[in-house]
Design a protein around this ligand. Structure first.
Ligand code: PA5
Length: 450
């Protein structure tokens, strides 16, 4: 029986793949999928036994269980201390040291939180090189009491290093060197890198990025846990959700009836390898999930896009993008499939008012909840894109938008990414291509030795 309190997959709009995947979930091995199922089973063994390329970065697989068993108190205590020091935190980081945190904060905080008095505010830095932004940021920091959280595993990444120089200069001027030390926390490698050296010199609070966890898989380590706790996210519930998913996916043998990550990996690889699709669109009908899409793009793009292979991960935010990209998705080239992040329940009720004059002709939905209308928009879109537009659509159903279910979603996507990458013969845990732009930039900037 379907467990309504957990994440689930809905294949009803998946066209041919949907029917095939339904059969797989029922224990069958359809001829069209048998080779891919074999590859994913092999990938499952490789991942679990830690025998594949990049196996030195499999620490993420055990993180939820570890958080459950280890004390989160040092992180929670420091987060509370920082919150008491001021309403604003500057979070400095890029890529895997930024996207997970931003995605979860955006997903879980009230959307209009800047207008809620006293609600903790997070400003981000170090994820771009926009001079005007830094000018604005530094002037805002003049007016608010703030703390800083710098996140860089290597401790040597250009964009966050420059941002931290600017913010460190500001915070030391504003509070003096001594108090500045009490307002900066650093999350970096336990032993190496410029940031670690600086943290030791200055005596900043430090949390460790585990050696065996790569950036884009690190949101359930201190990389995400500390800034999330700072922003008021219930990190214990987040860990519990991720752990529930870890237990569900990390069974002794691959159980196709329950392993959602294997089913998702199979759906994707069927579209890529058998249907010639080049792009996966992750769509949502919930503004708070927009940044989950940004995190997901990095996870899949950096993990699979190598050796001339890989689905291009793209996103769409509906209804907004139904009035822009919607045209292409419905009628343009059939080069993609769609994965819809589907939220089943809103926490609050708002109903459409009745109007006697009915000038806008909206009385047919008067008295209906906005979420009821959104659900019809979602189903109507899935029908239009799949049945009329011939785009296979997979729905990932999220019962509620809370820390527990987001924890499940994070671990589900990570595990599926490992399976999917290994099954197509790439190392999902490295990112050699990221170096190319850096080399050119350093040369152009005249960096010694570049
Ligand atoms: O996934 C990755 O490893 C990268 O995206 C890194 O997270 C990103 O480059 C930032 O690196 P660092 O944390 O070392 O500053």
């Amino acid at each position: 029986m379907e467990d309504k309190s957990n994440l689930s997959l809905d294949f009803q709009f998946g066209l041919e793949a949907g029917e095939l995947l339904d059969r797989v979930q029922q224990g069958q091995r359809p001829g069209k999928l048998v080779d891919l199922q074999g590859k994913i089973e092999e990938a499952f063994r490789t991942l679990k036994q830690g025998t594949g390329p990049g196996h030195e970065f499999l620490g993420w697989m055990e993180l939820p269980g570890m958080i459950e068993n280890e004390s989160l108190e040092p992180i929670l205590d420091k987060a509370e201390e920082f919150r008491n020091k001021g309403p604003l935190t500057v979070c400095i980081g890029i890529g895997g040291s930024y996207l997970g945190t931003k995605a979860l904060i955006e997903g879980l905080k009230p959307q209009l939180s800047p207008f809620i008095p006293g609600y903790p505010r997070v400003l981000y830095a170090g994820h771009h090189l926009c001079e005007d932004y830094y000018k604005e940021l530094l002037s805002i920091l003049d007016y608010y009491d703030y703390t800083v959280c710098v996140i860089s595993k290597s401790g040597t990444t250009t964009e966050p290093a420059i941002a931290f120089r600017l913010v460190r200069e500001h915070i030391e001027k504003k509070y003096g060197k001594n108090e500045a030390r009490n307002r900066v926390a650093v999350i970096t490698d336990k032993a190496k890198g410029a940031l670690k050296t600086l943290a030791d010199q200055e005596g900043y609070t430090s949390f460790v990025v585990p050696d065996n966890v790569g950036g884009r898989f690190s949101v359930l380590s201190p990389v995400g846990l500390f800034p999330l706790a700072l922003a008021g996210v219930d990190v214990k519930k987040l860990a519990q959700g991720a752990y529930a998913m870890q237990k569900r996916l990390s069974t002794q043998d691959l159980d196709w009836s329950a392993n959602l990550a294997a089913l998702y990996a199979l759906f994707r690889q069927y579209q890529y390898q058998k249907q010639g699709k080049k792009v996966e669109i992750l769509a949502n009908f919930e503004p708070r999930l927009a940044y989950m899409g940004e995190w997901w793009k990095q996870l899949y793009g950096e993990s699979e896009g190598k050796d001339g292979k890989g689905l291009f991960p793209s996103t769409a935010n509906f209804s907004t993008d139904l009035h822009s990209l919607g045209q292409y998705i419905q009628d343009g080239e059939r080069l993609f499939f769609e994965t819809v992040l589907s939220l089943e329940e809103q926490q609050n009720e708002v109903k459409v008012p009745y109007e006697e004059a009915d000038l806008d002709k909206m009385n047919f939905v008067a008295g209906k909840r906005i979420s009821f209308i959104n659900e019809k928009a979602e189903t109507g879109t899935c029908l239009a894109h799949s049945r009329q537009g011939n785009v296979p659509v997979l729905r990932i159903r999220l019962p509620r938008l809370d820390a527990f279910h987001i924890g499940q979603l994070i671990y589900f996507f990570e595990f599926a990414c490992g399976l999917s990458g290994y099954s197509m013969g790439v190392n999902p845990f490295d990112q050699p291509g990221v170096e190319a732009y850096k080399k050119n930039m350093f040369k152009l900037l005249g960096k010694p030795g570049a």
